[in-house]
Write a protein that binds this ligand. Sequence first.
Ligand SMILES: [Zn+2]
Length: 182
Amino acid sequence: MLADGQRLAPFVIALPSIGCLTPAIISQQTFDAARAVREQRRARCGATDVSAVRYPFSGVIVCGCCGKSYRRHMNNGRATWQCSTFLQFGRSACPAKYIREDILQAAATELLELKIFSPNVFTENIVQIQVPDENRLLFIFRDGHTVERMWENRSRRESWTPEMKQVARERQLKILEGRALQ
Ligand SMILES: [Zn+2]
């Protein structure tokens, strides 16, 4: 009977419906209530609540100079990613340069063999982007493998010296210690 494709087909089609038998973890009522609370909060905070906005690169890009993560920052109307130490305390605290978002997206799109950048595919595959120095990006994939990409923001290439990294780390440490004392 198994050789009869027409009889086998209904059984195969019926398989996915088994998933529907799994009881919901929370009831529909609880889910709706939670969503209503979330929407109320969002309405109260309004458009000024930028902390709730998450981008695919949020918390993913790590500064090779001071070790902090990069934050999204608008630069002359253009989306860029910049070390949060630089944004908060200035160039003297961390000399890391910004990276344009379109450059990051183009590199990720190429690495993931996509036609256009997909935030979902990016998040599914890449857990971290390290910036070991000025013109290098190190993509860390979820399965552990890494791929390095060079990029140029301007004509002259400039690497961070070990001294610059040391100064940035010491500044960062002092900032953290200062906060702990407050
Ligand atoms: Zn930094």
